[in-house]
Write a protein that binds this ligand. Structure first.
Ligand code: G16
Length: 545
């Protein structure tokens, strides 16, 4: 096998964001762009030489091409063995599990998560380390540094590998195993949850469900687990065939994008009892009941309060963690259970050390992500199974489970307002100006809301002492309300400003308010502090979750 060393030039924009490198497909299609970044990964993860690498993606446009390139570059860089998903498909949680199960050195996941796909859509690449979790900042910084000085990369000159069937072959000395994308992951789920109990919900006709795979990677996982192993109702999985462009959709499991699912659950006659959706690479989840939306922050709180009832978590919950902008619903549960609750920056990578150090069992984010110590990624199908198992135990609807939770712990009304495709320089200026004035806001009164704390969140990892600064501007009010401003680290067009708004109400008589109405006072305060509408000439947010 001939190995070519190709001369190249650095690209200035290869700094990974919240979750890997995400750009337009057309950007990745520039000559050497993908190869430069992959070579930088191989240089940093030098222990991949002679080790095992897991490789797969969410099936979006450019996935197949990128996999063949990475296989050839891996062979040229001395990787000993690669396990790759059939047809190049592996969900992000499945990769995390495979890394742990087969003691791989790491995994490369090709995905831009919930971002749209297709030739004009987005593509992405991320690296997960040996614990199964996203590479920490020290790793991604090193990759970026190398990408800035790269002059050449190595690639084998050989034919493409057939990924359409499970098989073992060699590329030079490198072994390639094409594996079933679902089997190992489905086995792990059977260990964690009471499958017979969930199955009896379906076979007895007590529950019907609808899972929207959004034409992304979870289709095959959902069909195997919900339809085949759990015998869910006919039509339990919709949009279950992974497509390169997600059928033109936006594979983001929220009320704005999972519209087919939402309309099915809201149809009064014949509506399924339980609805769920996942995103492009299968790590996000949305849970809904009939005419009822479960906020992701609330979902995490419900999980923390009830995990001990489920077989995989009967030892109890050691501790929990949430990202800064996630509502503090889980904090209330942790407080009542007497366990630790960690507040981390946005990004699943910040949970890795807490999980490895056995400080937490569950963690989650407002961005439709929840997970546990079973792997080191958030996990969409896992979250759906968690809720199904809980319903089977409690024999209650989604809505009743949520309402009983609020009754006990109070309700955290919560919303996120996204302003997308803003001019990046203007968005940076806004954050800079807010940062400059933030401490002076303390003590200010806005009709019933008094500011008691204002800062730019920074985090010291309690395990390794690493520091992450400037992670979001948070404003706390004396009545437990909160506003957080930060810029997204996952967009590919201009800047996305996220405004997170939260209000706590313990009085059950006020648990039925419409969310935006309940938060209207705080929404006004957020705008008056930041002046977003006038600055960017926007009447309303582009997306509200
Ligand atoms: C990624 C990260 C999450 C993060 C989310 C939003 O999710 O893994 O930890 O919460 O992005 O990040 P941002 O607010 O910076 O856009 P995913 O599902 O896109 O990989």
């Amino acid at each position: 096998m001939k190995i070519n060393t190709i001369k190249t030039k650095a690209f200035p924009d290869q700094k990974p964001g919240t979750s890997g490198l995400r750009k337009k497909v057309t950007h990745f299609q520039q000559q050497h762009y993908l190869e430069n970044f992959v070579q930088a990964i191989f240089n940093v993860a030098s222990n991949l030489k002679d080790g095992l690498l897991i490789l797969g993606g969410d099936g979006r446009y450019y996935n197949s091409h990128a996999i063949q390139v990475i296989l050839k570059m891996a062979a040229a860089n001395g990787v000993k063995h690669i396990m790759v998903g059939e047809n190049g498909l592996l969900s992000t949680p499945a990769v995390s599990h495979l890394i742990r199960k087969y003691q791989a050195i790491g995994g490369i996941i090709l995905s831009a998560s919930h971002n749209p796909g297709g030739p004009d859509g987005d593509f992405g690449i991320k690296f997960n380390i040996a614990n199964g979790g996203p590479a920490p900042t020290s790793f991604t910084d090193a990759v970026y540094d190398i990408s800035q000085n790269i002059t050449e990369y190595k690639i084998a000159e050989t034919k493409d590998i057939n990924l359409e069937q499970q098989d073992t072959c060699y590329m030079g000395a490198m072994k390639i195993t094409v594996i079933n994308s679902v089997t190992d992951y489905a086995g792990l789920m059977e260990e964690l949850f009471d499958f017979p109990k969930i199955k009896s919900l379906f076979t007895s006709g007590r529950l019907s469900m609808c899972f929207d795979a959004m034409h992304a990677v979870t289709g095959p996982y959902a069909k195997e687990i919900f339809s085949k192993r759990l015998c869910a109702n006919v039509g339990a999985v919709i949009n279950g065939i992974p497509l390169e462009d997600f059928a033109g959709g936006h594979p983001d499991p929220n009320l704005a994008h999972a519209t087919e699912l939402v309309s099915r659950l809201n149809a009064s006659a014949s509506a399924p009892d339980f609805g769920a959706a996942s995103d492009g690479d299968g790590d996000r989840n949305m849970i809904i009941g009939q005419n009822f939306f479960v906020n992701p922050s609330d979902s995490l709180a419900v999980m923390a309060a009830n995990a001990h009832l489920l077989p995989g978590y009967k030892q109890g919950v050691r501790g929990v963690a949430r990202s800064l902008p996630t509502s503090r619903a889980v904090d209330k549960v942790a407080e009542s259970m007497g366990i630790d609750c960690y507040e981390t920056p946005t990004g699943w990578k910040y949970f890795g050390n807490l999980l490895d150090d056995n400080r937490i069992t569950l963690c989650g984010e407002e961005s439709f992500g929840s997970g546990s110590d079973h792997i080191r990624e958030k996990d969409g199908i896992w979250a759906v199974l968690f809720w199904l198992n809980l319903i089977a135990i409690k024999q209650q609807s989604v809505e009743n489970i949520m309402r009983s939770h609020w009754l006990r712990y109070g309700r955290h009304y919560y919303t996120r307002h996204d302003y997308e495709a803003l001019d990046s320089a203007q968005a940076d200026k806004l954050i800079k100006e807010l940062r400059a004035q933030i401490t002076s806001l303390i003590g200010n009164n806005y009709t019933g809301y008094k500011i008691v704390l204002c800062d730019d969140f920074s985090y010291i990892d309690p395990v390794d002492g690493s520091v992450a600064e400037n992670q979001g501007l948070r404003i706390l009010f004396d009545n437990d309300s909160r506003i957080v401003f930060r810029l997204s680290g996952t967009g590919t067009e201009g800047a996305t400003l996220r405004v997170y708004i939260e209000r706590y109400i313990s009085d059950p008589a006020q648990h039925d308010l419409e969310t935006q109405t309940a938060l209207s006072g705080l929404i006004k305060i957020a705008n008056s502090i930041s002046n977003i509408k006038q600055r960017f000439n926007r009447d309303a947010p582009d997306v509200i979750t």
